[in-house]
Design a binder for this molecule. Structure first.
Ligand code: NAD
Length: 261
């Protein structure tokens, strides 16, 4: 059911967290996985771990918001591997979480640039090659924020990008359907990763809406965050033919967290 042999996959932001776990799963199912992020050491490590498990991987560095870099990345994949079948548009940042009055225009722009422009560029450059391969699967890493949850203090720019990603997925599901390209969104809740190390949060007290939960805010786990592998299993499903009739669909993977928050 999850045989991806002969397929070529691109995972952006594959240096840590959800992207890394997804790349490992796709490789375990037999895909050749191009693991990309803006930091060489982390993607080289991911590729090394995939190869150590007997999988096939290639590490590439690019900034997902850079048009020329993304064009060159995808042209390089076609040169080296002749095809592209699966695209996981995962690279993203939390950016700055701050009250709207103090959130600076540059901070707003940076979050939009990496998360939304980056997703657009990944898909924009990949689609002609998915068409050439006779179809494919695109998976966009959104969030519960901006889709079901609006209580994360100061996360206005972030939430806008994550809502925008789901809108893009639904719009493109129709546009790309007749070319047999499926596109879906995954909306994770709190997942253990490196993302909070790269988050700047200001004025939390000013923007926080007080809500009290009886037993932690993730019903399935009593408050414990999910693991990157919980999301990666769904990436594998959406990449494979097991999800052949699913497109334009957001899938929340959050242990029920977004139903509370
Ligand atoms: P992470 O910080 O562990 O990993 C992010 C990866 O993306 C890293 O490899 C990083 O180098 C890369 N990256 C960041 N900016 C980039 C850029 N401009 N160009 C190329 N690569 C870039 O984060 P994560 O938690 O695994 O997040 C992955 C995705 O999942 C993000 O889109 C995030 O919004 C989403 N998400 C995460 C959570 C969570 O709780 N961890 C929840 C909901 C959604």
């Amino acid at each position: 059911m999850y045989d991806l042999s002969g397929k070529v996959a691109l995972v952006t932001g594959a240096g840590s967290g959800i992207g890394k776990a997804s790349a490992m799963k796709l490789a375990q199912a037999g895909a050749m996985v191009v693991v990309m992020s803006r930091t060489a050491e982390e993607v080289e490590q991911t590729a090394h771990e995939i190869e150590a498990q007997g999988g096939k991987a290639q590490a590439k560095t690019a900034d997902t918001s850079d048009d020329e870099a993304m064009r060159a990345l995808i042209a390089g994949i076609i040169l080296d591997h002749k095809r592209l079948d699966i695209v996981v548009a995962n690279a993203g940042i939390n950016g700055v979480w701050a009250p709207i009055e103090s959130l600076k225009p540059d901070e707003w722009d940076q979050t939009i640039k990496v998360n939304l422009r980056g997703t657009y560029l990944t898909i924009h450059h990949a689609v002609p090659h998915l068409v050439a391969a006779g179809g494919g699967s695109i998976i966009v890493m959104s969030s519960i924020n901006g889709t079901r949850t609006f209580t994360t203090p100061g996360a206005s720019a972030y939430s806008v990008t994550k809502a925008g990603q789901v809108a893009l997925v639904q719009q493109l599901a129709l546009e790309l359907g007749d070319r047999r390209i499926r596109i879906n969104a995954i909306c994770p809740g709190a997942i253990e990763s490196e993302i909070s190390d790269n988050t700047e949060q200001r004025g939390k007290e000013e923007t926080e809406v007080p809500v009290e939960f009886p037993e932690g805010d993730i019903p399935l786990t009593g408050g414990k965050s999910g693991e990157a592998e919980d999301v990666a299993d769904a990436v594998l499903f959406l990449a494979s033919d097991a999800s052949r009739h699913i497109t334009g669909t957001p899938l929340w993977i959050d242990g029920g967290q977004s139903l509370l928050r």
